[in-house]
Design a protein around this ligand. Structure first.
Ligand SMILES: [Zn+2]
Length: 101
């Protein structure tokens, strides 16, 4: 019988079979390319946390910002989107930790 390796989810710590652990790009690949980011930050998550994080990104990541200079909303620049995703991820990680207590 083949030995199944288990890995811990980086957010909730639950042990998951290595075949079902999911890699998640903190900053999506297309945004990384636009911002010419070289190093990807990848986290290993269980399917449950990964699904939750996807919903969190859909709900929380803002693609526009109010620009006080032109007094209008505008699309965020790639570098601003990188910060937006990184911020959304760290807020999600904090939220998950607060749930574990
Ligand atoms: Zn998890």
């Amino acid at each position: 019988m083949a030995r199944i390796q288990s890995l811990a989810c980086q957010l909730c710590g639950s042990e998951v079979d290595s075949r079902s652990i999911e890699k998640h790009y903190v900053v999506p690949k297309e945004v990384m390319e636009q911002a010419r980011m070289r190093r990807a930050k990848i986290v290993r998550l269980c399917p449950k946390c990964n699904a939750e994080l996807r919903n969190w990104y859909n709900a929380k990541v803002a693609t526009t910002t109010y620009d006080t200079q032109i007094k209008q909303f505008r699309q965020k620049l790639p570098a601003e989107m990188v910060k937006e995703y990184e911020g959304a991820y760290s807020r999600f990680a904090r939220y998950k930790k607060s749930q574990l207590i």
